[in-house]
Design a protein around this ligand. Structure first.
Ligand code: ZN
Length: 235
């Protein structure tokens, strides 16, 4: 059964949410880099159902957030750079933020991508491969173009399902197939996964590690203070 992506603004960048590959025992290394989670960024409110409405940020508000970040001196950081810094146990540079976008909506290309480039930011996009090329979603050529422009394109599964309920074999298949498909589309390695609705368990972490993923993101309230700093209502 498909699950809705949880409407939580903040996702954690701590060691648990970045997976156990390898386990990081100094969580302080990850503090200070908020990982923001977006879904739809719409020009006109096109969603009808309550869940999708709740997952939508209007384009002017999104642009305002990017402008505030830029004017405050914040710069975007790729998830892979954050992982590398954690692995090195290096102090993280100040004023960095990871901007993530779940579910692969078409507006991620038509609205988000040009705005990110205008303000000099990089985004990390978690896509569900079975929905790519379907109505309201990104296409494979759009993903390639975004990847070639420096965006991170990562996995959100073949299907948008609760991974904590999948059998190990089914989870392994989802994780392996989605990565292979995205890599074929973008020509770039996939190393990160976003758990649909943030649901995961220890078995999934082991499978991710075994398959060579470098981390996964879930939802933790780690960045709520960041949202407040921007004057946004916590979601
Ligand atoms: Zn999702």
């Amino acid at each position: 059964m498909a699950v809705a992506c949880a409407a939580v603004l903040a996702v954690g960048a701590g060691p648990a949410s970045l997976g156990s590959t390898p386990r990081v025992d100094q969580p302080s290394a990850a503090r200070g880099v908020p990982v923001l989670m977006y879904h739809r960024v719409d020009l006109r409110l096109s969603a009808r159902d309550p869940i999708t409405l709740h997952l939508t940020v209007m384009a002017p508000a999104f642009e305002t957030q990017l402008r505030l970040l830029r004017d405050a001196g914040d710069r975007s950081m790729m998830l892979d750079a954050l992982r590398a810094a954690i692995d090195r146990r290096a102090p993280l540079p100040g004023r960095r933020v990871v901007l993530t976008f779940d579910d692969g909506y078409e507006d991620n290309y038509t609205v988000v991508f040009p705005l990110l480039r205008r303000y000099g930011f990089i985004g990390t996009f978690f896509v569900v491969t079975s929905t790519i090329g379907t109505r309201d979603h990104l296409t494979a050529p759009q993903l390639r173009e975004m990847a070639e422009a420096g965006m991170e394109i990562e996995s959100h599964g073949v299907h948008h399902v609760d991974f904590s309920l999948l059998s190990p074999a089914a989870a392994r298949s989802e994780l392996a197939r989605s990565r292979k498909t995205i890599e074929a589309w973008t020509g770039r390695p996939v190393a990160y996964f976003a758990y649909p609705a943030g649901r995961y368990n220890a078995g999934l972490e082991r499978i991710l590690e075994d398959l060579g993923y470098r981390g996964a993101v879930t939802e933790r309230p780690a960045a709520e203070s960041f949202a407040r700093r921007l004057g946004l209502p916590p979601r």
